[in-house]
Design a protein around this ligand. Sequence first.
Ligand SMILES: Nc1ncnc2c1ncn2[C@@H]1O[C@H](COP(=O)(O)OP(=O)(O)OP(=O)(O)O)[C@@H](O)[C@H]1O
Length: 497
Amino acid sequence: MTDPYLRFDGISVEFPGVRALDGVSFAAHAGQVHALMGENGAGKSTLLKVLSGVNRVTEGALWLGGERHVFANARQALRQGIAIIYQELTLSPNLSVAENLLLGQLPARRGFVDRRRMRDEALRILRDLGEDEIHPSTKVRDLSIGQQQMIEIGRALLRDAKVIAFDEPTSSLSVQETRQLKRIVQRLRDEGRVVLYVTHRMEEVFEMCDAVTVFRDGQHIRTHDSLEALDHDTLVSEMVGRDIDDVYGYRARKAGEELMAIDAIDGKGLSEPVSFSVRRGEVFGLFGLVGAGRSELMRLVCGVERPKSGEVRFAGQPRHFRTPGEAIRAGIAMCPEDRKSQGIFPIASVTDNLNVSCRRFYKRWGLFRQPSRELANTREYIDRLSIKTPGPRTRISTLSGGNQQKVILARWLSEEIELFVMDEPTRGIDVGARRDIYTLLYDLADQGKSVVVISSDLAEVSSICDRIGVMRDGALVDVVARDEATPERLLGLALPA
Ligand SMILES: Nc1ncnc2c1ncn2[C@@H]1O[C@H](COP(=O)(O)OP(=O)(O)OP(=O)(O)O)[C@@H](O)[C@H]1O
């Protein structure tokens, strides 16, 4: 094997109270897709931010093609041919595709931007990426997440970046977009670039990566330069430091009486009226491709959107929720999937974020907060969900993405709720913590509560749910019992006929 192009040499990064990386050394080769794996908070994003010059190292250096670098800012990293495609995209939404692609290197003619050249150049890149249907003058805000990601990749190609790093790129993509992204990643590798690929999805590692490095608690655990002799269980135990024989750990239970019945509900995002019911003690899955109408359906049920017609019967009563607040007071809550839009208060603490809505249960005579009860609640969830934080009063924005996600989940679990609707509850969550979350869902079901899990993860829905409703093109096409819910059957129902 050739000398590695990229080498991390004894990298440490410290934040107040946290050693996010601790003497990390490993190397990645050109012409390789190199996966970075590890639990939430293990230090993967911090490493990418070292590479892109956003995080300053406390110790150590990078080597690129035999040259030593310690980046003091993002510009220095850009100049050395580093490009990072982050989960939260960094494009300018109000500028056009062409402007975003060529930002920083707009072609000029006699002191003015040469619009024609800009468009031609943008068209060339879009064609090159197989994105012919995107028009260069379209505003970036009108593109899908997958298309925006392609524009970011286009920017990296225009700069001829030598190292391209992806931070969980497929977590918000549709099946088609994921396929296309994977094709591009293979191509970047074949062109002889170094591709770093952060993911929690095990199947992606085995399908498309050539090497994998595992982190735990800020430390480098191991680099496998080939995946040939590596198996799934070894990788999991290296990541979490213990064996997990069955991530899903399904527990059979007996469902009770009907808790919610949805009768011919119709409205935004649906193509026909939908009916189904959920029983007490049941974990009910809603599976479908991105855009199939799963979240839209539950938004109509939970008072986020007003239905055009139909009825929700909850605990035997007909209900018409006009707001999510009304639904929550009745005992139904929808935990949305997108962390950003579901109201993280970035400068507030973990405990304030966790208790923000259940505080009403803690107020004495409805007037006073009870900080000690809030803290006790926070501590309980830090423990139950293994939330990695220096303490309950730490500012939430300093937690890793997956740990922020767990705090939001805990916020909902702290509510007095009979039926939880969870939209992609384990997206971006590591394999060990997923097991904790599933156990929590089973506990809720054992207490006679119900859970509706919206998920695009086929293995997840078929393994943790008692029944699964499959949606396609805005319609509920079938409800399948667990023992008949093979992945093939579910996918067959979800794919366009
Ligand atoms: N700006 C910051 N200030 C303080 N602590 C930070 C900051 N950024 C990261 N950390 C801490 O560093 C540790 C590593 O976080 P990092 O985001 O790198 O994890 P990760 O492996 O990417 O996790 P995830 O899978 O959840 O995205 C975490 O404990 C996090 O709380």
